[in-house]
Write a protein that binds this ligand. Sequence first.
Ligand SMILES: [Ca+2]
Length: 341
Amino acid sequence: MLNTTKITVSQPESCWKRSNIVPQAYAGEGCEYLCSRKDQHLLGKWCTVESLTELLDVPGATFEMGTNDFYPEEGPPRKVTVADFRLERHPVTNAQFAAFVAETGYRTTAERAPAPEDYPGVDPAELVAGSLVFTPTDGPVPLHDHRRWWRFSPGACWHAPDGPGSGWQSRPDHPVVHISFADAQAYAEWAGRRLPTEAELEYAAWGGAPRERIYPWGDTPDPTRANTFQGRFPYEGYRGSSPVGAYPANGYGFYDLIGNVWEWTSTFYTTGSQRRDADNQACCSPARRLSTPAGHTFASRAVKGGSHLCAPEYCHRYRPPARQPQTEDSSTSHLGFRLAE
Ligand SMILES: [Ca+2]
């Protein structure tokens, strides 16, 4: 299916006006563009590049998943086996997602007004298209109230990541954000791949490091090893997401499994003894029911790895066993995904 190609053109303006051509980087004369296969005849100069992310092989293994040393939802530690799998080297980028949208016309959850039947009891007037955008505060605020720094922005979505007036084009190589579970699934179907399970992402995030460590690189927080919040949360030092590959790869060669953006998994979010066998269950399994918050239509999936908003005083979750629930309809400015095979 996918045959997107990177090209170099000398007249970016005329190229951009063609609907299926997606700018990948604005580097002045001779910009590189991603073009879908149907546009190949329009253009002259080629260098063929596979636009899906390279997959790295991870041999199957049995490892200790989870821990009792930090947040309660991370336990209990237990032996989990993952089969051989392949995982994308870095999260899906804006440019890659743009190529998918250009070819399919897909509209994300954040771009559509929520359906009233999915949100019983909510005033339909409040059901508008948009997404949650992190907004630094003016100074210190109580850290128990996330409404201080999360703002629902009508119009915020993957191509306007900071809300109306912003654009993805200035950050083509950053992870795509404002992606719901359905959006990630749609991209995966188009790409012929799948979302990883929680166990796969946790195992890959260790990168072969000794399991006794707190972080894959050691026991000390190190802002040069992963994109986490640098400064005083949530008001000072905010730097946002970073280009994939800006921080060092882990021992298996993966970028950003810790930090930058949280990443979706296919695993229903359950805790305690219910976590057993949560992976790989069908749509109507107990795991789906157990992971659906009371009064909600959508189940919760586990997200992994922490993000550029993780700060030790607020969210010490830039560690492989760390996890959070996200209902499948959620989208935010620090949640993206990568694919497996
Ligand atoms: Ca990540």
